[in-house]
Design a protein around this ligand. Structure first.
Ligand code: ATP
Ligand code: MG
Length: 409
């Protein structure tokens, strides 16, 4: 059996002091505690972890009573039945999970029950991939019971235990595997690969929200082209057809931009149905729909005017996503538009009524009314955007005069 390896103690200096404080408190209270999951994997890969998970022998109730004494600590219930407690402390949110073993799974996703146990070994055995089944202890070092270190060194993604059975238990692991391929650039170990293909139909049992979370992470990966062979699997799972995944890497990692690439050939209703099926947030659904309505982007005659017209109706973030999407279709044009956008921002060029030197009140004072005011301001804005008139009050009033006379004749 593998032993604790103290040569990895140097990793401990990368852990936040707050995490070490919580760990020490748990041990003083008589409980075991270890850093586990993605943070250990990321530290070994030389990456900064996004968040930290602890595994402990303490049950959620025991965790609360031991940690409640620390000033400034509060708790969030993250899944009491599964033994996960969120601990907020000094601006951090740590997830502490009681060592657990899962009993039989009843729907390819949820264990019918979990048993809290006093064994780190069994807790590590229930984890998905060998690279996610490592434990770090601030004084003992690293514990690698499933060959995770070797798999990390070989950039290999391997399920812990019998791959077919592990996917049968929880089919979401299929998508988790693909998202790690996409984010880490690892290859699937052959038996894991085989099992993935064999058990893919089980994804039909998985809740769409869970699928969406993993799918979005997959889309943002820096190695997403490696998922291209699984495009049919993803399409089957998401019940739709996409534009080729391998082109996604040409687009900076912006979720809206990458999603727009996948769906840019769809009818607008297909997009809305897709968003509803995967339960997208309202904000994401609206943004995507708005950007989709801008397609096709070409031809663009005057980049400067084109950008300013878009800035009237899109947020800057949405426009950036649109230009990100264009990287996959026409990289040269995308780069040109990005440069032009930078110039517009730097020179404070006018693209919105907010920046117009003429206001509604100026027109009201001159006897204009209601909807007429809105239309005239809009005409002024168009004139400024097209550089037909300077953004100065007198010049704009003069412009209105001409515009008005023109309309009346
Ligand atoms: P990330 O860096 O995206 O947070 P992560 O590996 O930490 O990646 P989490 O979803 O935060 O992923 O899960 C934390 C840990 O819990 C994993 O590393 C793994 O050990 C375990 N885990 C999560 N989901 C599963 C699952 N479906 N089956 C088995 N173990 C899982
Ligand atoms: Mg994590």
């Amino acid at each position: 059996m593998a032993e604790w390896d103290s040569s990895f103690l140097s990793l401990v200096r990368h852990l936040p002091q707050t995490l070490l404080d919580l760990h020490a408190r748990l041990e003083q209270g008589g409980f075991a505690s270890y850093v586990v999951g993605g943070s250990v994997r990321d530290l070994l890969l030389g990456k900064k972890p996004k968040d930290y998970d602890l595994a402990s022998s303490a049950t959620p109730e025991q965790l609360k009573s031991v940690l409640a004494g620390i000033e400034g600590v509060s708790f969030i219930e993250l899944g009491r039945a599964f033994g996960t407690l969120g601990v907020c402390y000094q601006g951090w949110l740590f997830e502490i999970t009681t060592f657990r073993q899962e009993s039989a799974y009843h729907d390819h996703r949820h264990p019918s029950g979990v048993v809290f146990i006093n064994s780190l070994e069994k807790d590590l055995a229930r984890r998905d991939f060998t690279i996610n089944a490592l434990a770090l202890h601030p004084q003992k070092g690293l514990l690698d019971l499933h060959g995770g270190l070797e798999d990390l060194a070989h950039k290999r993604l391997k399920l812990v235990g019998d791959p077919l059975a592990r996917l049968q238990e929880d089919a979401l692991r299929i998508l988790r595997a693909l998202r790690f391929v996409s984010t880490l650039g690892f290859a699937l170990e052959p038996a894991t690969h085989q099992a993935l293909k064999a058990q893919a139909p089980l994804l039909a049992h998985i809740a769409k929200e869970r699928i969406r979370v993993e799918f979005f992470k997959l889309l943002l990966g820096g190695f997403v082209r490696l998922c291209a062979p699984f495009q049919p699997l993803l399409e089957h799972t998401l019940q739709t057809r996409f534009s080729p995944l391998e082109r996604l890497e040409q687009i900076s990692p912006n979720l809206c931009a990458r999603l727009l690439w996948l769906c840019h050939t769809w009818e607008s209703q297909t997009l809305l149905d897709f968003c509803a099926r995967l339960k997208f947030s309202k904000k994401m659904r609206q943004s995507l729909h708005k950007l989709h309505a801008q397609l096709p982007l070409e031809p663009i005659e005057n980049p400067n005017v084109w950008l300013k017209e878009r800035l009237e109706s899109l947020h800057l973030g949405q426009l950036r996503a649109l230009l990100g999407f264009l990287q996959a279709q026409n990289p040269a044009l995308s780069a040109r538009l990005k440069g032009e956008l930078k110039k517009i921002m730097k020179n404070h060029e006018v693209y919105s009524l907010r920046f117009l030197a003429l206001k509604g009140t100026d027109l009201l004072e001159r006897g204009f009314q209601g909807a007429q005011i809105g239309a005239l301001l809009q005409a002024c804005l168009q004139g400024v955007v097209r550089k037909e008139v300077r953004n100065e009050k007198e010049a704009l009033l003069q412009y209105i005069q001409e515009y008005h006379t023109l309309r009346e004749n």
